[in-house]
Ligand binder design. Sequence first.
Ligand SMILES: [Zn+2]
Length: 107
Amino acid sequence: MLLLNCPCCGVDADETELAAGGEAHLKRETVGAEDEAFEAYLFMRDNPRGVHFERWRHAYGCGKWFLAARDTVTLEVFGTYPAQTKKPPKAIENALKKKRPDWKGWA
Ligand SMILES: [Zn+2]
């Protein structure tokens, strides 16, 4: 079972309390963007086997969005952080590098 700590209210929420929101840290394209860039923003997502950064909403709790770094194979959670964060916190990056030496790092 997936268990994520909501950084907004501090509750450890299991997956029945959460709603998945897809890939985190997408570069949002707006009006005026090239067609290929806008198409990629709308439809192209990473679906890695391993380390992934995702958006989650504490739907049956505080209702707020947050981000999580986890392994999609083992369900190991490396950390959660506020949705307004532009990139993963250094502490999470360091934990990832320590536990997954083959991880290519933050893009
Ligand atoms: Zn919450």
